[in-house]
Each structure stands twice: as structure tokens, then as C-alpha cells.
Design a protein around this ligand. Structure first.
Ligand code: GLA
Length: 750
């Protein structure tokens, strides 16, 4: 997987082979430079890619490099440092006295935080070392290899270890950086510390960026935009990865499609403030970098201390965005999600939020469970409102004690009743929050994040707890554990419904203020680690006002996430297909809700609501007691289908055939279509949804991923097709549809 050769100048070149991709690094006069990333190549020494026409007069040249074409301003760096002639966005910027200044031999002068990252030595390790802090990819020793480039700033006591884990079976390279202060007595300050940076040496057709934007109820809409000269950044400064941008972007060219062309994905395993920047310089060279957002970030590195960045996962596809997504799906399902539920079939649940909101009691929940049991639903989830005196969203967060005015029989008894019906029981928490109207706030107002002298902004009538504090985390661990141990609870929905403002901690010294956001995230991970270790059987579902923290790091703890508070099936097409650019079906929680839909008022058939929700961790979010017998029959069919198709959908390959944003060949209205193919290509499940119909439309959809020479049988009609015909001529779906109609075709190889 990792091959080392020596360049003509006697410096190492590393050819990393990840699945069917190559990633080549060269040490050039001490600089770790990037030579290539993409579909596998055979040459190791591709240093020739670096050569540019002479720039000497306009760009600075490092003193130790020969005169000629080399300049830091055009060199493709593996980990670009600030201040010595690379004027593009830098991955690292550190303030520290130079060795000379520290010795006192030269007077200390002021100056910009000039930083350097120069190769010293390297190691190649079997497997992937566990660097304690943020969540990361895990793999067995024979499934990957790790290159560590030990680098240093020759002028200061700072050392930089650049980690590259190369996956054997995936075209994926996982990167993170460890920065160490080796001084015995002098502190350093990190102002930027990205996880990874990737410079593209070759100028391809017009570079474009694919990313996922959104807001509440409209998360992860895919946007594809040409990159112009200058920088484009997707980021969060909200304290959470957020609804607004996902910590993911892909670099593609104007020629890339779903199934062809270059696609380089950069996905950051992190839940806090992040930045992904794509920068195109004057020569058309593109830099793509990902890491903790430098906005407000300032990390003091004491003597002997080290800082470990979150991990960035780079996926290299030469076969379009579809392959990139399929690699992320499998990699995240098998090597990011952990625990008993990582790849296990998830129970079909009914959640009472849209059924009752805050207006429920034990009897109402049991009534819903009774109907659920008759329809093949396997779990009841009791959402917000069961604790403190919470009858609306204005109180009680932090008071995690059962409200026995509502749950009159007590939680233990309620769970027993639900279990007796054959259903599992799940419960909602919003651990990181505190209501100003709560017993907890009366006792510990200092536990809320706040900044001395500044009024605290309120959002959804709540403040955010100071997760950097151990006493806060201990309180949460104990109270939540108390509830979880008091009854047979098999699922937890972990919500997070506001962003961080006036972020300050009573226990953090003023000079460490720039650490608060990252420390918050580390505190969150610590609590999640403690709770998931103490309750390994519990299925954890993440949530953040819908999908406001749907990121890879949360999937490390909670293998499924509530995709969006918008449960409208038509809206979900954009949201779910956008989410599918990175995240596996098993991680997307999708529920059938009432019609007219509560968020949009749109009326959609029960069948289509089911067909759309079937694309993920499936469930219901409506009052089952109000449904007709006909609708309950449909639920019985849907729950049976879910089990029948579970493997194809959740462990198969996804092909996005028509995106809602595509202008579908002008002969039709607006539609969306996707399909899953089982790993051995013996089965496929195709879904087609008409968003807005037109007059006499003509619909042909070309399928993907089948065996061309195999015959596939449509399980509903018995009609037989060759794979080649379905993929090249397409499936003829021409018919007069109504808005919101949908078609599902299950194909089985003969
Ligand atoms: C958030 C979640 C919802 C629900 C409510 C409860 O908005 O996204 O699913 O749990 O909180 O207050």
C-alpha cells in the first residue's frame, strides 16, 4: 500500500496505493509536496509534474532551493504553512518564539506568525494508530497502512506529524496532523491547524465544487458550482457542524457526471466549527483544505503539549460522484460507525413527536403502541416532554426526571406495557441544554455557557450547557444513566436544538478563550463515549433540530441521525439525495408522517410517503390511532417490504439516476429516481417519484450497476429484461402521472 523510492536528488517519494487510487507525495528540498491524487498510476517518480515556467522575478524563492522555477507560491504543499512565500490560504499558522529569540541571543522582535513544516524523517506503520481525541476511521492492521511524516519547524520547537492512513480496499486516504510543542519552557499558540490540504498540480477542465448547503428543514441540498479565481469556503461558526453547510465538499471538473470523471471528496470527521476552502490561484492550481475553522480559534500549546486535529477522509474517484458516494457509504458503515448497531438491521420505530407534540400521557403512548404492534412496527419512541414540567419548549431542559403527572404509571411500568406488546422502547434527551426555567438552572446558573458582562442570547427558550466542564458532564452522565438504568430502554434520540453564542466558560482562563468551541466538542465526545460504553446495547440516534449536526463524527457514536424536521416526502427527495452524497442509507433516519404534511401542508399519498422513507432507517411519525384500516394495511405492507429490501438498500450500492435538480431531458415534468443494487448484483430496487407532472410526459430512466448480460425479472409483472437493455435503453416509465405518484420496481436476476 505504501511504497517509498528515492528521487534523483536522493529525497523520498511516497506512492500510496489506496484501493484503485494513487496518492503521491515527494520530499523536495525538505518540503513535503503533493504530486498526484486520483485513479491509480504506475510511475512513482512524477516530480516532473512540479515544473513550471520560471516565476523567479515575481514570486519569492526559499533561500535553500536552487534558482529556477521553484517558489513556495506555486508549489503543491501537503501541509501549507503561513508566512514564507505561499500566499494562498494556509493549513497551519503558529505563533512561537524562534529558537534564536528563545535563547536570548537575539533581541525578541515582533512579527507575523511565520510558520514552517519541513520533513525530518518518516515511519510506515501497519494499521492505523488510535490518536485519542476526536472520532476517526477504525480498521484492522491488515486493512490499512499509515505513513507518518515527521516534520519540524527548524526555527522553533514545534514538530508536525502528518498522518496518512491508506485503506487497502477503498480509494480513501485518512489524514490528520499532530502538532507538538517540544520546548521545555515556552508556549506556542496555534491560529490555524487544518486537518488536511490537497493541491492539484495538473490543470484539468474547469474545476467545480460540489457541497451540501441548507438551513432548518432544508438540510444538505447538493449544489455544484464552478470555481473561479479566489477562494470559496463552506464552513460553520455555530459551534456545531450545522444545518447550513455540511463538513464535506468534492472537487470535480465540468466533465464529471454521476458515473464518470474525476471526483475527489473531502469529508471532515468533526461536529464543531469547521472550514473547507477551495482556492484557485492565478495559474489555475486548486487547493482544497479542511479543518477546524480558524475563526475565533486560538489554541495555546504549553511546553510538552500536543494538539491533534480531527480526521479528514479523502476519497478519490475516477468514475464520478456516484462511486465517490458509494465508497463513503461502505467506509462509514463499516469503518466509522461502531458498536452493536453499526451494521445491524434497525427496528422500525414510531415516534410520537408529530403525533402528539407535547400533548401526551402514558395512556396515549400505549394506545399508539397497540396499533403499532398490529402493523409490524417494532419500537415506540417517546419524544420531548416526558420530564420536568415540560408541556411546551419553554422549560425543564436539564431536569431529567420523569414527569409523573404525564407518565402516571411511571416509566418502568410504561416500558413494561410497551414491551408486553412486543415493542422495544426508546426515549428522547437533549443533554447539552439547560432551560432558564429549570431546577438545574436555579442550582447552577454558572453551568450555562456565558461571557462575563454580555447578555446571553436565547434560542428556543434555552441556553447551552458548558460541556467543557467535567462537573457538567458528570451530572449529565449520572442523571441520564439513572433514567436509562431504570427501565428496559433500548434506544435514545440525542437532540441538540440551538447553536452556541457568547461562548465562554467560568473555568476557562481568559487567555484560553479561543479554545472554547473545540473544547466544547471534545466535552461532547467525552460524554458520548462514556454513555455509549456504559450502555452498549442502546441504539443511539443523533438529532439537531432535524439534521443540524448530521456529520461523520456523530455517526461514530450514533449510527443513525434524524435527517430533517421536514418530513414532507417531496422535500425529502432533495434532502435525502443530498445526504446520500456522503452518508449511507442506514444512517439516514426517515419517517412516514401525516398528510397534509405538518411543515408544508402538501398532500402526498401514503404509498409515496412510504417509498421515500424506505431510503433510510425507516419509521413512522404520526398518530397511528387516527389512521384508517386501509392505511394500516399499507403500513403492514411497508413494514414487510422494509425487511425484504433491507439488505439491498442498506448494504447494496446506491445509484442516483435523476436528481430533483436535474432538468430531466425536457420531455417530462420534474422527477427523482434512484436505485440500489445488491453487492453480488443479483437484485436491484428501483424508485421513481414524480414531483411535478406534465402533459403526456415521456419517461425513460437508464439503470446502473447491473450485469449487462444477465436477465432481470420485474417481481411485480414477471417481465424480463437484459441488464444491458435496462442500462443503455432504459426502463420505460411513460404513463400519465399525478404529482407525487411513485413507482418501485424490484428486479431479481434470473
Ligand atoms: C427537534 C427534533 C424533533 C423533536 C423536537 C422535540 O426539533 O428535531 O424531532 O424531537 O426537537 O422538541
Amino acid at each position: 500500500m505504501i511504497k517509498t523510492i528515492l528521487s534523483a536528488a536522493g529525497e523520498p517519494i511516497f506512492h500510496l496505493t489506496a484501493g484503485d487510487a494513487s496518492y503521491v507525495i515527494s520530499i523536495f528540498h525538505g518540503f513535503p509536496l503533493h504530486l498526484y491524487a486520483g485513479p491509480a498510476i504506475d510511475d512513482d517518480d512524477v516530480e516532473y509534474l512540479l515544473v513550471r515556467v520560471g516565476h523567479d522575478s515575481v514570486v519569492p524563492r526559499p533561500a535553500h532551493t536552487p534558482e529556477g522555477w521553484f517558489s513556495c507560491d506555486i508549489a503543491p504543499f501537503e501541509y501549507p504553512a503561513y508566512g514564507s512565500g505561499d500566499f494562498r490560504p494556509s493549513a497551519v499558522m503558529a505563533k512561537m518564539l524562534t529558537n534564536a529569540q528563545a535563547d536570548g541571543s537575539v533581541p525578541v522582535t515582533g512579527g507575523a506568525p511565520t510558520t514552517a513544516v519541513m520533513y525530518e524523517s518518516h515511519e510506515i506503520l501497519a494499521g492505523k494508530p488510535v490518536l485519542d481525541t476526536c472520532p476517526a476511521i477504525h480498521a484492522a492492521d491488515d486493512e490499512c497502512e499509515t505513513l507518518v511524516l515527521h516534520c519540524a519547524d527548524p526555527a522553533t520547537a514545534l514538530k508536525y506529524d502528518l498522518y496518512y492512513t491508506v485503506m487497502r480496499d477503498y480509494p480513501a486516504v485518512c489524514r490528520r496532523t499532530v502538532i507538538r510543542n517540544t520546548s521545555a519552557d515556552i508556549s506556542a499558540t496555534l491560529l490555524r491547524a487544518y486537518s488536511a490540504s490537497l493541491d492539484f498540480t495538473t490543470v484539468d477542465p474547469q474545476a467545480e465544487l460540489v457541497h451540501l448547503w441548507g438551513t432548518w428543514g432544508r438540510e444538505r441540498h447538493m449544489e455544484r458550482t464552478p470555481l473561479l479565481h479566489g477562494s470559496m469556503s463552506v464552513n460553520s461558526r455555530r459551534g456545531a457542524s450545522s444545518h447550513y453547510h455540511n463538513p464535506f465538499a468534492a472537487l470535480v471538473t465540468s466533465e464529471t457526471t454521476e458515473e464518470s470523471g474525476m471526483a475527489v471528496g473531502m469529508s471532515l470527521i468533526y461536529s464543531g466549527n469547521f472550514d473547507i476552502t477551495a482556492d484557485v490561484d492565478a495559474f489555475g492550481l486548486t487547493r482544497l483544505m479542511a479543518g477546524i475553522s480558524p475563526d475565533g480559534f486560538e489554541w495555546r500549546l504549553d511546553p510538552g503539549a500536543e494538539f491533534v486535529t480531527p480526521e479528514a477522509v479523502i476519497v478519490l474517484s475516477g468514475e464520478g460522484l456516484g462511486k465517490m458516494s458509494r465508497v463513503y457509504h461502505k467506509l462509514y458503515r463499516k469503518h466509522l460507525c461502531r458498536g452493536e448497531w453499526a451494521d445491524r438491521e434497525r427496528p422500525i420505530l414510531v415516534n410520537n413527536w408529530e403525533a402528539t407534540y407535547f400533548n401526551f400521557d402514558d395512556e396515549k403512548l400505549v394506545a399508539i403502541a397497540e396499533d403499532a404492534a398490529k402493523c409490524g412496527i417494532e419500537m415506540l419512541v417517546m419524544d420531548d416532554g416526558w420530564f420536568g414540567i415540560r408541556n411546551d419548549d419553554r422549560s425543564s431542559l436539564g431536569d431529567w426526571f420523569v414527569n409523573e403527572d404525564k407518565i402516571r404509571c411511571g416509566l418502568g411500568k410504561l416500558v413494561e406495557k410497551v414491551n408486553a406488546l412486543g415493542l422495544k422502547f426508546g426515549i428522547w434527551f437533549e443533554p447539552e441544554m439547560i432551560s432558564p426555567v429549570s431546577k438545574l438552572y436555579e442550582a447552577h446558573p454558572e453551568w450555562a455557557l456565558q461571557t462575563t458582562g454580555r447578555p446571553m442570547s436565547i434560542s428556543r427558550s434555552q441556553y447551552v450547557l458548558d460541556m467543557t466542564r467535567e462537573d457538567v458532564r458528570d451530572y449529565l452522565f449520572e442523571t441520564i444513566s439513572g433514567v436509562l438504568s431504570s427501565a428496559n430502554i433500548e434506544y435514545v434520540k440525542w437532540d441538540f436544538n440551538r447553536n452556541l453564542t457568547e461562548a465562554g466558560s467560568a473555568l476557562l482562563p481568559a487567555e484560553r478563550g479561543g479554545e472554547i468551541f473545540h473544547r466544547y466538542v471534545l466535552g461532547l465526545y467525552d460524554l458520548l463515549e462514556r454513555l455509549t460504553s456504559a450502555f452498549p446495547h442502546i441504539l443511539l440516534e443523533g438529532c439537531s433540530s432535524g439534521g443540524g449536526r448530521f456529520d461523520p463524527a456523530m455517526l461514530y457514536y450514533s449510527p443513525q441521525f434524524w435527517t430533517s424536521d421536514d418530513t414532507d416526502a417531496m422535500e425529502r427527495l432533495d434532502i435525502q439525495l443530498g445526504t446520500s452524497f456522503v452518508y449511507p442509507a442506514s444512517s439516514m433516519s426517515c419517517h412516514v408522517s401525516a398528510s397534509p404534511n405538518h411543515q408544508t401542508g402538501r398532500v402526498t399519498s401514503f404509498t409515496t410517503r412510504g417509498n421515500v422513507a424506505m431510503a433510510g432507517a425507516f419509521g413512522y411519525e404520526l398518530d397511528l390511532t387516527k389512521l384508517s384500516d386501509e392505511e394500516k394495511d399499507l403500513i403492514r405492507k411497508q413494514t414487510a417490504d422494509y425487511h425484504r429490501y433491507y439488505d439491498i438498500i442498506n448494504r447494496g450500492d446506491l445509484y442516483r439516476l435523476v436528481l430533483p435538480t436535474d432538468n430531466y431531458n425536457g420531455k417530462t415534468g420534474k422527477c427523482a429516481s434512484w436505485m440500489y443494487v445488491s453487492e453480488d448484483r443479483s437484485e436491484a430496487l428501483f424508485t421513481f417519484v414524480v414531483i411535478r407532472t406534465s402533459v403526456h410526459p415521456v419517461y425513460f430512466v437508464k439503470l446502473c450497476g447491473l450485469e449487462p448480460k444477465a436477465v432481470y425479472v420485474d417481481q411485480a409483472t414477471g417481465k424480463e429484461y437484459y441488464g444491458s437493455t435496462l442500462m443503455n435503453a432504459g426502463l420505460n416509465l411513460t404513463k400519465n402521472y399525478r404529482d407525487g405518484d411513485s413507482v418501485v420496481v424490484h428486479l431479481v436476476r434470473k
